[in-house]
Structures are given as structure tokens and as C-alpha cells.
Design a protein around this ligand. Structure first.
Ligand code: CP
Length: 302
């Protein structure tokens, strides 16, 4: 029985295998339509979500399985004080696999230690979001055709943006990858992420200037300033519109650069950018469903 809490728990060859299964699902959906018959996925979401919860549920339905859904902490016995460890043991009596989102970093790991079924981290606080990274990797594979020799720019809230931490963790394993970290000084990537890059000798630069670095990027990964992680409303209001991507700002970008965003977006990408063929954020949404299908199959041994 195996869980996925951190993207690093999947080796490069396992990522390749998941990408390859996801592409086969896209090409031959009928082959997979009954693979999970008789199986149940429990989605336990202690924090709001549109994409992650519903794509996990769509993934399970498209595999022929069923879903038990807990959409908020308020609707569960967590509101009466039940622990994550007890919840995980209880849900193990009802379901075959769990996808869990929680505002506390490490909560899905506690669930995995106490469950007798696989647990997938669907986002824990400002820490990790491995299945968003799987969605991102399938998007990069389909749009760029490779994971190596890419200059990847991350822009916005790199401190609290868990999708950034997980994607850096995944991409740093490929040859010739360089990171450009674009953020206000208050929202730079955490030191533990930089220490890891330093230890492995992976090149990165930190800057506040998106316009200056735009021409060198192969991928621009925009992020929302994470209001829910701020202690101080004033700081959020001051920082929330630090970067707003517009068609004008993309004029200096490579013609084959891709623009990614895990969504939801607030103001950081103007809707006018949606018409640019380089905009890939809605493709990421669909790719997330296919990669979650591939991951469910893998963890259930199907
Ligand atoms: N990308 C992402 O995690 O979106 P949701 O918060 O809507 O699940």
C-alpha cells in the first residue's frame, strides 16, 4: 500500500510512466472506462477547491468507480474535534483510496500514517501539491515535448504557492533546467527550497522584474497571491497586484513560450491573455484529470 504526499516520492521513471498512461487514456478512454469498477475514492477536503476535488471525482467516475465526497471541514466531524488520524482510520473502513486537502502542512502525511488505504496529498497548507505538479508535467510534456533544457520562470507568490514548491522539486531532476524566481521581496521562495537547489548546483536567479527576464523564458508559471495564508490584510492588499500579465507584457516573450497557472486566478493574468495561443492554464485543468486517473490506477495496483 503506497501513498503520495510529496512529488519526490515518485521517481523520474514513474513520472514518465504516469505521463505515458495519461496519454494513453486520452487516446483510448474506452480501455479505462471499467478499470475501477467496485472501487471507491474518498475526497476529504478541509479547504476550498474547485479543480482538485472535482477532477479527482471526475477521474474516478471516468474509471468506472464511485466517490464519497467531503467538501468542507464544516460538514465533517472535524468540526466536532475529530483528529486527522482518527478520520483516516474511519474512512479506511469505507473507501479504497483517499485524496485529502488540508490547511495544515503535514496533515495528509498524518492521514497516510494512520490509514490502511493509499492517501494522496491534494494540497497541504503552503507546502506541497503533488497532483497539481502531475497536471503541470503532462502539460509541459504535451506542449514542449520535453522536461529537460527549459528555463522556467515562476512569478508571484513563491512563498506560499505550494504548486511552485512541488513543481520546482519535480523539475530540478531534469538536465539543463534553470529557474527564474520572480516575486516581491516579501514573497520569495522559502529557504528550504533554495537550499535544495544550492545543494544540487541547480542554477536559479531571483528577481523582482518580470519584464527584464521575459525574453529568456520557455515557461512562465504565474501564481495568485495566496490571501488565505496572510496574517495581515494590509500586506495582502499591498502585494496582491504586484504582477499582472497582459498581452503587452507578452510582446517580448518567445513565440513558443507557454503561460501556465494552477488557477484559480484573481488579477494576475488579464483575461485578454486567454486568447493568446501560448496560454495553457485551461489545458492544465484537463490534463489534471488524466494524470489523477493515471495515479489512481497506479496506487490501486490496476
Ligand atoms: N489548482 C488548484 O489546486 O485549484 P483548486 O484550489 O480549485 O483545487
Amino acid at each position: 500500500m503506497r501513498s503520495v504526499i510529496d512529488i519526490k516520492e515518485l521517481s523520474v521513471s514513474e513520472i514518465d510512466e504516469l505521463v505515458s498512461v495519461a496519454k494513453d487514456i486520452i487516446a483510448n478512454p474506452e480501455k479505462y472506462a471499467h478499470k475501477c469498477e467496485g472501487k471507491k475514492l474518498a475526497t476529504l477536503f478541509f479547504e476550498p477547491s474547485t479543480r482538485t476535488r472535482l477532477s479527482f471525482e471526475a477521474a474516478m467516475y471516468e474509471l468506472g468507480g464511485n466517490v464519497l465526497s467531503m467538501a468542507s471541514a464544516a460538514s465533517s466531524s472535524a468540526s466536532k474535534g475529530e483528529s486527522v488520524a482518527d478520520t483516516a482510520q474511519v474512512i479506511s473502513c469505507y473507501a479504497d483510496i483517499i485524496a485529502m486537502r488540508h490547511p495544515k502542512e503535514g496533515a495528509p502525511m498524518v492521514a497516510a500514517m494512520n490509514a490502511s488505504i493509499p492517501v494522496i496529498n491534494a494540497g497541504d497548507g503552503g507546502h506541497n501539491h503533488p497532483t497539481q505538479t502531475l497536471a503541470d508535467l503532462l502539460t509541459i510534456s504535451r506542449e514542449k515535448g520535453r522536461f529537460d533544457n527549459l528555463t522556467v520562470g515562476f512569478c508571484g507568490d513563491l512563498k506560499f504557492g505550494r504548486t511552485v514548491h512541488s513543481l520546482i522539486s519535480a523539475m530540478e531532476r531534469y538536465e539543463g533546467v534553470k529557474f527564474v524566481l520572480i516575486s516581491p521581496d516579501e514573497l520569495t521562495v522559502p529557504d528550504y527550497v533554495k537550499r535544495e537547489l544550492d545543494k544540487k548546483g541547480i542554477p536559479y536567479v531571483e528577481t523582482t522584474d518580470l519584464t527584464a527576464v521575459m525574453p529568456e523564458l520557455d515557461i512562465l508559471y504565474m501564481t495568485r497571491v495566496q490571501q488565505e495564508r496572510f496574517f495581515n490584510e494590509e500586506d495582502y492588499l499591498r502585494l496582491r497586484d504586484s504582477y499582472i500579465l497582459t498581452p503587452e507584457k507578452l510582446e517580448n516573450a518567445k513565440s513558443d513560450m507557454i503561460v501556465m497557472h494552477p488557477l484559480p486566478r484573481v488579477n494576475e493574468i488579464s483575461v485578454a491573455v486567454d486568447r493568446d495561443p501560448r496560454a495553457c492554464y485551461f489545458k492544465q485543468v484537463l490534463n489534471g484529470k488524466y494524470m489523477r486517473m493515471a495515479l489512481i490506477l497506479k496506487l490501486l495496483g490496476l
